[in-house]
Design a binder for this molecule. Structure first.
Ligand code: FMN
Length: 336
């Protein structure tokens, strides 16, 4: 059984990837993920805000040192040591990459096309096999235009591509007027992969405590339908690799994403929920299903149920929608 797949130009032993999560906060955590069988590990994110905070703190320390005496610098704890900032991140990345025989991908999380993107190069130098760029941008200002939001994504990607030679994947949200065009623009701007999708933080209101909670919850398999829809639509229409993220709970979820056209299938919530060993369960389940269906390789089944190329995609989707609405009406209220 050949489970190998290509992602971002890399050959992976299988299509299951541990996506960014606290499970990769230590070298031991990354080792355990690799031992459970995943094809690659994406490290948790280094945030633009952490990079900026460290730069501001370093500038403050230099100023304090020049006013008193330079040796004082060594007595100050650096921000990076206090909150797991950039230096600590790069050190982990270097040690983790050396510790496992699967690719370790660094994750940069930010929204402005400015100096912090240089950290992509530092990640490359630390041994990252690739960089995943998480552009988590919710334009809260209602006067920001859709075109500006899209351009921001392209600008950030271009800055990162200028900084590194390793492949760059873009993790983005589904909330664009034309998700397909956004994907094509990123593809044309040099994205080596698209990671579909970011889960936006959707704050909850506690009406008794009169407070707002911003906790990140674990995902539900039903959430996988949106990314799967777009993977099925983009398969064969962009050069970039396609990574599925959200809602993988069982081996069936992995199989469905591959049938839709994903090159890799990522998982975080399920590993947090059931433990890292669940990766082995997912891979065993994938192999069993392939055996049952008489597939001998992942390449053979990938994209089998993608939206066919050479058709009018909009009509195709619309026809599916109208059919589904008819069926739902028939089921609930009897035939028309
Ligand atoms: C606790 C937690 C922490 C996460 N941290 C990150 C992160 O640092 N960077 C990132 O890009 N995604 C992060 N994610 C998102 C996951 O990588 C993943 O894209 C998302 O949870 C959907 O996949 P899932 O349904 O398999 O969880 C985090 C998710 C969870 C639940």
């Amino acid at each position: 059984m050949d489970l190998t797949t290509r992602y971002l130009g890399l050959t992976l032993r299988n299509p299951l990837v541990a996506s960014a999560s606290p499970l990769s906060r230590t070298v031991d955590g990354v080792r355990r993920l690799a031992a459970a069988g995943v094809g690659a590990v994406v490290l948790y994110s280094l945030f633009e805000e952490q990079v900026r905070r460290e730069a501001a703190e370093n500038a403050r320390l230099v100023e304090a040192g020049s006013e008193s005496f330079a040796e004082s610098l060594s007595y100050f704890p650096s921000v990076s040591e206090l909150d797991g900032g950039p230096r600590q991140y790069l050190s982990l990345l270097a040690r983790a990459s050396a510790a496992v025989d699967v690719p370790v991908i660094g994750s940069l999380n930010g929204v402005t096309p400015s100096g912090w993107v240089e950290y992509a190069r530092a990640m490359q130098d630390a041994g990252a096999a690739a960089v995943e760029l998480n552009i988590y941008y919710l334009p809260g200002d209602p006067r920001v235009s859709g075109r500006d939001v899209e351009q921001r994504h392209v600008d950030v990607l271009e800055r990162v591509k200028e900084a590194v030679g390793v492949p760059v994947a873009v993790k983005l949200s589904p909330y664009f007027s034309s998700m397909g065009e956004m994907a094509v623009r990123l593809d044309e701007a040099g994205a080596d992969g698209l990671v579909l999708f970011n889960r936006f933080l959707q704050p909850e209101i506690d009406h008794d405590a009169l407070s707002v909670s911003t906790a990140v919850g674990l995902s539900d398999p039903a959430e996988s339908r949106l990314p799967r829809t777009w993977i099925a639509l983009l398969h064969g229409r962009v050069q970039a690799s396609l990574a599925a993220t959200t809602g993988v709970d069982t081996a069936a979820d992995v199989a469905k994403y591959l049938l839709a056209g994903a090159d890799v299938v990522m998982t975080a919530s399920a590993l947090l929920r059931y433990g890292v060993g669940h990766a082995t369960t997912l891979l065993d389940g994938l192999s069993d299903w392939m055996l049952r269906k008489e597939f001998t390789s992942v390449a053979e089944l990938r994209g089998l149920l993608a939206v066919p190329t050479g058709i009018d995609e909009t009509l195709y989707e619309r026809a599916g929608y109208v059919h589904a609405m008819r069926e739902a009406n028939n089921d609930l209220y009897g035939p028309w």
